[in-house]
Structures are given as structure tokens and as C-alpha cells.
Design a protein around this ligand. Structure first.
Ligand code: 5GP
Ligand code: MN
Length: 334
């Protein structure tokens, strides 16, 4: 697939708003992933190079395997940031206001609000909104932004952008992958990206406790209907027992969607609050974004998420019924 036809570039309004700001607050989404953190950091480093005062906020635990990201220690938790009428607040990789978690209030209190995101379900909650639902990662949009501003990329920025791009494309294998990803990668390598070292950390290295969690989760496998829907679930006690934060679930859902014959899958994990977080996946032409929205969540056509009230068994039953119905509707429309 080529990108030139579908790609949405930053507007002059967005560029001049960024150039004109002196004090900027950047936010990624709650329970941040590689794209949220990498994109915010790359933009922060860029804006700092431009001489601006930049602070960053994120709500939730930063995954241990992403601690190598430059300036990762600069992220502030809810309650640690403030904004006034001179502040530009930018939400990056954040599909809706609720996904800011505890940073919503400070975002809303900024004089100017901007949204930069690649989720098709984005609600355009800023004064200036740049949403490109076809961009494979928010990191791709930040890379376009750097080029539009005529910025020469540093090695640290390349590492942040690589982390966003590679994690949101499942290490360059999702449907969203296009020629632009590889043009960008060529420039990241040119800027000094140490690909082998960081791809190993991101995609091969596993914590022993994570493998233990996996070994307790795989027996929960459910195969539904004609074998085209699969699901996995983890109770909260499995996280505590294995001394893992409830955020360390990346990749578990792949064991369901990667099964031969499966086209739609869920992974449910119980949170400390008792709510149940669902990761939803589909293989094209099937999609799960509308299913996620139905439960107050969102995301992309083939990767989305939402949260349901517990207990786990009830949440899973509701989700299974909804997935099967959604699959049936999609089959009927095909
Ligand atoms: P994951 O299953 O990996 O947590 O999320 C898959 C995709 O769906 C990501 O792009 C993520 O940002 C999005 N997503 C996950 N949960 C939610 C949610 O509750 N609300 C919204 N709007 N997006 C979500
Ligand atoms: Mn993303």
C-alpha cells in the first residue's frame, strides 16, 4: 500500500500554533504503550530543541521494558502538572478525553488544546486537531511534523520514534504497514538507531514473571462458535502472585488471535479495581473498533480495547456474546 493518497499532513495552523507556544504540556494515553510514550518523548525532545519549556504527563505505570527511552524519567503523574492561559496542551496518541485519565483537568485548563492522533475513533477534543486514522502509529505523524518543521533528527529522537512505530505495527507486520514506515525507518537508521539492540528488548526479551503469568493464562483459552473466535483471561490474583503490574499484558492477546482459523479474539484481564480490561483483535476484513466503542472504548479496526465492570466471568460472557453477534453481523454484511 502507498501512503501518498491517504496521508494527512500537519496544517499550517498546527505548525504555527506549535512554533508560537513557549510553554507546552504533552500527554500520552492512560496505561501508556510504546507509541504513546515514544511519540510524546520524540515531540518533547523536538520542542525542547526549539527552545520551549516542555513538561510531560501520563497516567499509569510505565512498562518496565520501555525504561530505556531517553528522558523517560521526566514523565509526571496526575496532580504534578499545572496549566494556564499561556499553556499549549498537546494530547498525543489519545483517542478521547477520558484516555487522558487523571490528566483531563489540567489538559482542559490550558489556554490552547491540541490533539495529534492516529486512532480512527478519535473524538477531536482539542481546539486544533490533527487526526490521521491511516497513520500506522502516532510516531509516524511526529516524524512528519519534524520534517515539516525542517528539524534534523537526533539519535535519541530516532529511538523514541522507532519504539512507537515498531510497537504499534507489531514489529512491522500489521495491515497498517505501508511504504512510509520504511522511508521513516531508513531515516531513523541514518540518525543512528541501534535496531538489533532495541528490537531484541522490545520483541524478544521476556521477564520470567511474565512467562509465569502466560503459563497461568493459556489454560483459560476459549474457542467459540465454529472456531473463528478465541479468548483468554487473567484474574487479578495472577498479577499479584507473580509480582507483575496489571499493565504487563502486552502480547498476551496474540496467543488468541494467532490461532489458526481464528479471526476475532479477546484478552480479558482483571484490574485491581475489579473492572475488566479487554484487548480486542481481528484479522481483516473483520474489525473490532465498533465493538469496543459499543462498550465505551475505542481503537483501530483490527486492534481496540474497552473496560467492563467485573466480575470477570460476567464480563467475559457479555463480551463473548457481543463478539459472536458482531462477527455474525459482519458475515451477513459481507
Ligand atoms: P490494547 O489492546 O493493546 O490495550 O489496545 C489496542 C488499541 O486500542 C490501542 O491503540 C489502544 O490505544 C486502543 N484502546 C485500548 N483500550 C481502549 C479504550 O478503553 N478506549 C479507547 N478509546 N481506546 C482503547
Ligand atoms: Mn498508537
Amino acid at each position: 500500500m502507498t501512503t501518498q493518497m491517504t496521508r494527512i499532513d500537519p496544517t499550517e495552523e498546527l505548525l504555527s500554533t506549535l512554533k508560537g507556544a513557549d510553554s507546552v504540556l504533552l500527554f500520552g494515553h492512560i496505561a501508556p504503550d510504546g507509541d504513546a510514550l515514544g511519540s510524546v518523548l520524540a515531540l518533547a525532545l523536538l520542542l525542547r530543541d526549539m527552545g520551549k519549556k516542555v513538561e510531560m504527563g501520563v497516567d499509569g505505570i510505565i512498562p518496565g521494558q520501555l525504561m530505556f527511552l531517553p528522558s523517560i524519567g521526566d514523565f509526571r503523574m496526575p496532580g504534578q502538572l499545572s496549566a494556564d492561559e499561556n499553556t499549549l496542551a498537546v494530547a498525543v496518541d489519545v483517542g478521547d478525553l477520558g484516555r487522558l485519565g487523571g490528566h483531563q483537568e489540567v489538559f482542559l485548563s490550558a489556554g490552547k488544546k491540541m490533539v495529534i492522533d492516529h486512532h480512527g475513533t478519535n473524538t477531536h477534543f482539542g481546539d486544533v486537531n490533527w487526526v490521521d486514522g491511516h497513520a500506522p502509529a502516532s510516531a509516524v505523524m511526529i516524524w512528519r511534523l519534524m520534517k515539516a518543521l525542517g528539524h534534523k533528527m537526533t539519535k535519541d529522537q530516532a529511538l523514541c520514534l522507532y519504539t512507537g512505530l515498531s510497537t504499534d505495527t507489531g514489529n512491522f507486520i500489521y495491515e497498517s504497514v505501508n511504504d512510509e514506515c520504511f522511508s521513516m525507518m531508513a531515516e531513523l537508521m541514518d540518525a543512528g538507531l541501534e535496531l538489533a539492540q532495541y528490537s531484541r528488548i522490545l520483541f524478544r526479551q521476556k521477564r520470567v514473571n511474565f512467562v509465569r503469568l502466560l503459563s497461568e493464562t493459556l489454560p483459560t483459552l476459549r474457542i467459540l462458535g465454529d472456531g473463528s473466535v478465541a479468548g483468554l483471561s487473567t484474574a487479578y490474583e495472577v498479577f499479584t502472585k507473580n509480582n507483575l503490574p496489571e499493565s504487563e499484558t502486552d502480547g498476551v492477546v496474540d496467543y488468541a488471535i494467532d490461532l489458526e482459523g481464528v479471526v476475532m479474539a479477546y484478552y480479558a484481564h482483571e484490574k485491581q479495581s475489579g473492572d475488566v480490561k479487554f484487548s480486542l483483535r481481528a484479522l481483516p476484513p473483520y474489525r473490532v473498533d465498533k465493538l469496543a466503542v459499543q462498550f465505551g472504548g475505542g481503537g483501530h479496526a483490527q486492534a481496540a480495547g474497552c473496560t467492563l465492570p467485573g466480575p470477570v466471568g460476567e464480563a467475559v460472557s457479555r463480551m463473548e456474546a457481543a463478539i459472536l453477534q458482531s462477527k455474525q453481523e459482519q458475515d451477513d454484511q459481507a
